[in-house]
Design a protein around this ligand. Sequence first.
Ligand SMILES: Cc1ncc(COP(=O)(O)O)c(C=O)c1O
Ligand SMILES: N[C@@H](CCCC[NH3+])C(=O)O
Length: 414
Amino acid sequence: MDHFLYRNERLFAEDCDVEQLAKDYGTPLYLYSRATLERHWHAFDSAVSSHPHLICYAVKANSNLAVLNVLARLGSGFDIVSGGELSRVLAAGGDPAKVVFSGVGKTVAEMELALNTGIMCFNLESGAELELLNEVAGRLGKKAPVSLRVNPDVDAGTHPYISTGLKENKFGIPMDEAELLFARAAELPHLEVTGVDCHIGSQLTELKPFLDAMDRMLALIDRLAAQGIVIEHFDVGGGLGVTYNGETPPHPDVYAAAILEKLNGRPLKLIFEPGRAIAANAGVFVTQVLYTKDNGDKRFVIVDGAMNDLIRPSLYGAWQNIIPAVKTDRATTRCDVVGPVCETGDFLGKDRELAAGSGDYLVVRSAGAYGFTMSSNYNTRPRAAEVMVDGDKAHLVREREKLSQLWQGEQLLP
Ligand SMILES: Cc1ncc(COP(=O)(O)O)c(C=O)c1O
Ligand SMILES: N[C@@H](CCCC[NH3+])C(=O)O
């Protein structure tokens, strides 16, 4: 459910008319709904309210400062994967003591920044990273709180590019090395083992892979306890899917209840790292039709938004609904919605039944997660503006890039 709904045939974001916003701010444009972000965050948080927990929103899904600020005000934690994401969280008023740092390739500079900031936990993904963090923390006179991300080797049943919990994926420590590495972490002087972590993939629409992973991780936690390694928190990662095209992922209530049942009374604080479930349906991408053209059997609707703005369709073959901002009397036709980028793979949708003519505004739904954050300047296109709708007000929260910004910092040869 989101707040982008038709009223009298016009699409509204909360109390703002989407077509009017497109005219006011220009296209291509990302629009986010504060009320939807808040509702989704609360849905997660209240689903686990009976148990000690922390929701650490996965910043990579949407790192706009206003989005992070809305969540920080709710008391959210954050899951980051880079120094850049950490500095965004801090700039948005996030609490560093509620930050977990994931990712397979943390640099020394990123470790230093996170240690000096005082984050809650490093989710470590290899033996080499563990040794390096111990060294860096020692040099800074700190003790680093750590959790080891273990790869439980379960099939998340999602797109291969966003599946992370199989042995062949680069993520996490293999289960059969986990105990040895926990023991090593426990004996290192500048590390403090506080947690266990796993994340098996994104856009999961079934409970079973989550629960299979839980079984394996809880068995590990029990074995560690038998060795005297006491785990305080269990980070179950993110990955809960959303509805793009009729998928029926479990509601956070159902997901959380199943996880709590598996936990079976163990006194572990739970950490959740949802990204998409909070942001995807809290945002849309608005684009204007430039031209239409018919090449024999094929009709193309050429819009001003492209794969550089929203890459999910091109990269994963992802399907996101495309609807007119204002319903029209035009006849619908079957068409491909394509952008101006010089790539055959530049499309937002293929074989859609759509009523669209030059000048019309189209809305790509479910674009609040992995939309703007994956955008680029390919074809030297300025990145889109972002607007946050808050009730009957709209705030420009990131300006469209100016052409001069596209070559700033570059030099001609002397
Ligand atoms: C470590 C980690 N945590 C959380 C997430 C967020 O995933 P999602 O947006 O599917 O909830 C990801 C991305 O898949 C991730 O890699
Ligand atoms: N970028 C992916 C999700 C990646 C999740 C990050 N580990 C998507 O749009 O579906």
